[in-house]
Design a protein around this ligand. Sequence first.
Ligand code: NAD
Length: 415
Amino acid sequence: MNPFEQAQEQLQRAIAVQKISEQLVAQLAAPEREVKISIPLMMDNGTIKMFEGYRVQYSSLRGPYKGGIRYHPDTDINEVKALGFWMTMKCGVANIPMGGGKGGITVDPRTLSKKELERLSRGWVRGLYPILGPEHDVPAPDVNTTPEMMGWMADEYQKITDDKRNATFTGKPLDKGGSEGRSVATGLGGFYVFEALRTALKLPKSASVAVQGMGNVGGNAARVFHEHGHTILAMSDSKGGIYSKKGLDPETVEAYKKENRSLKGFPGTEEISNEKLLELSCDVLIPAALENQITKKNAKKIRARVVLELANGPTTTEADDILFERGVLVVPDILANSGGVVVSTYEWEQNLEKEHWSEKEVLGKLQKLLERESKNIWDRSQKLKTDLRRAAFVLALERLDVALTEKGSVTRTKK
Ligand code: NAD
């Protein structure tokens, strides 16, 4: 199954535990709009290379399309559609006034220079600006895209459209209209969700944690868990990971990776593959890299008590069933990693209102929201006697249904 088929299967499984209007289910079977563009890129050596870019506008039922832009060699339209669908559910779970969307470029960014990446990012905006805008579609960073790139994109959008509100892209650098707290929001939000559910999940005050992926999300999550007294047993990047029974200090690990461009040889640790990291015996396993990491092939070998999904779509539906049977609780992505889109929405609000909120205010609001929705989803899962993923879907679907009833039908943006 490709990620989009997986996502649709999750929808079917959720509506099997609670009935949802047929009209809504029909509408969620496909995106409202999917756009593919060709981006010509002038390489540093003067030659031209073509790249494929995408924007999927999945649902605008609850507000403007919202979702990140991914740069990855494996990115394709099915992945972007799946991610757009999950964004729709995530914004429903978080109860923020946003729909769902996602974007991407099929590219290995490591093969491009900084100047080439800037031209490519600006090219994505030139190809898609007519369908973007604060009331229409508000992109953000995702895998391999950074605040700096959001700054380039925001600048390009403003140059083309003369829209000076600076509210079309979120995840911008602080000095270019970004929000306090945005860079840590997804990882920290995952921690808030963990804290809100820790007693219900029967986890100790000081837990052992393994983290796959150490980019924006995994890196921040490892740091925050460590700061709160939890033991980080393992961390990894795309090339592999390191393990220490005594625990790792994520900041030192990050600094080592920056200097050596690899985790290999980190003093006092053993090397561990990404596959073995997932199978470590620990309290909390945090997949924070890509989709389809826990599948029917390795689900029986997962020895964590809880999987906190900070990546999007790391667990397949078959693996979900195996983990559920084995008593391994999965805190689903659409709740666990929703901190990023929540603070992105705060950024959009601040830009539109010409305000700048303090970090304390931003993170205080985020924590309150995630505590509330974690509890809602836990209660719903108990009531429906189902897993947290189905419960989270049901909650989001009910909220989408309210929007559908109010609007009467699919609402497309004017553009
Ligand atoms: P990133 O580009 O900052 O980092 C990705 C990390 O994953 C890197 O450390 C990379 O080395 C590692 N990685 C890549 N392929 C891997 C593999 N096969 N095995 C192990 N590690 C691998 O990306 P990010 O923003 O941290 O996003 C990570 C995940 O979190 C994605 O699934 C993304 O969709 C999701 N997410 C991100 C945000 C956000 O705010 N950035 C919000 C919600 C969800």
